[in-house]
Design a protein around this ligand. Structure first.
Ligand code: MTE
Length: 303
């Protein structure tokens, strides 16, 4: 299942300089024994649409990870306390091979590749992130999805001793998320284990987090400890907190506003004084790849 969808941004979207940097960092980490199987971002032309990966600092210092506090800099400040070794993911429910899968065993069995994806938060900011990781479909394949499964439920670790934010009832803990099985099996859907060729930092969801690039960022649940195949639509944290404002689907849609703000445009993180607002793209720019998943559905009702 190697190279499909590898870079969904076109070559022309990636600057020469960034491509060079990515290649170098990837080669560095491959040499360091991370076993990266695919080297991405071989773009050689200048940016046609002015899209380029955000700086590592943008991606790792401006975060949402409420288990460590609600401030954008809280995760970078406090997530270092999270113990990520050893780590295992329980895969259970409607699967042939339920069990606790050690993170190292998962990594060994998967093909790690680079994917440069747009990332759009429901709060109307965005970044472009060069993830490393594998397709969720490959992991689900390893677990053996049974025919009755219709949804996939995800759960984040809950460690009150290491997570200062969970003493506040901002959300019901643990953080949980869910996808329809066809969304989970879509080749764009990945489990990220790295950024810019380095192990994913704790504040971004170490050691592995979901990435669903056509959905608002809150669907991309961090530090996953459990994946359950089920025949019922699973509860999701933000929907439980406020069902009117946060639906199960949460597909990026510039035509469906959040009840309290517009979703028509987004603030691009980074660039300091030169940071800008751009129009939000339907399904965050992945409409061609994923629109068929929602054929015939009312996207307002199923927001
Ligand atoms: N996962 C957990 N467990 N807890 C969280 O608070 N925040 C979500 C999502 N996953 C969150 C989470 C939200 S609102 C966003 S926008 C993204 O993570 C942010 O990911 P980033 O910090 O890597 O940019």
């Amino acid at each position: 299942m190697a190279m499909r969808w590898k870079n969904t941004l076109k070559e022309s979207d990636v600057t020469e300089e960034t491509a060079f940097l990515n290649r170098r960092q990837l080669m560095g980490s491959a040499a360091a024994g991370l076993g990266l199987a695919a080297i991405g971002a071989t773009g050689t032309r200048a940016a046609a649409q002015d899209l380029q990966p955000n700086a590592y600092e943008d991606i790792t210092l401006y975060n949402n990870y409420y288990e460590f506090g609600t401030g954008k800099d809280d995760p970078a400040r406090y997530a270092g306390q999270l113990t990520t070794q050893p780590w295992s993911v329980k895969i259970d429910g409607l699967v042939d091979n339920p069990g606790d899968y050690a993170f190292e065993d998962i990594i060994k069995a998967m093909t790690i590749e680079e994917r440069i994806y747009r990332f759009r938060c429901v709060e109307a900011w965005s970044m472009v992130i060069p993830w490393n990781g594998f397709e969720l479909a490959d992991l689900l394949g390893m677990a053996g999805v049974q025919s009755g499964a219709k949804y996939v439920a995800f759960e984040t670790a809950l460690r009150p001793d290491e997570m200062p934010g969970v003493k506040y009832p901002v959300l019901e803990w643990p953080y949980v998320e869910g996808l329809r099985l066809d969304e989970a099996m879509h080749p764009l859907t990945m489990m990220a284990t790295g950024i810019y060729g380095k192990d994913i930092p704790n504040q971004n969801g170490a050691p592995l987090r979901l990435v669903v690039p056509w959905k608002y960022g809150y669907k991309s649940i961090k530090s996953v400890v459990r994946i359950t195949l089920t025949d019922k639509q699973p509860p999701t944290s933000w929907n439980k907190a406020n069902a009117r404002e946060y639906g199960f689907y949460s597909n990026v849609n510039p035509e469906v506003n959040h009840p309290r703000w517009s979703q028509a445009s987004e603030r691009v993180i980074g660039g300091g004084l030169f940071s800008k607002r751009v129009s939000t793209l339907m399904m965050n720019g992945y409409e061609e790849e994923v629109a068929s998943l929602y054929a015939g559905m009312d996207l307002i009702k199923n927001h």
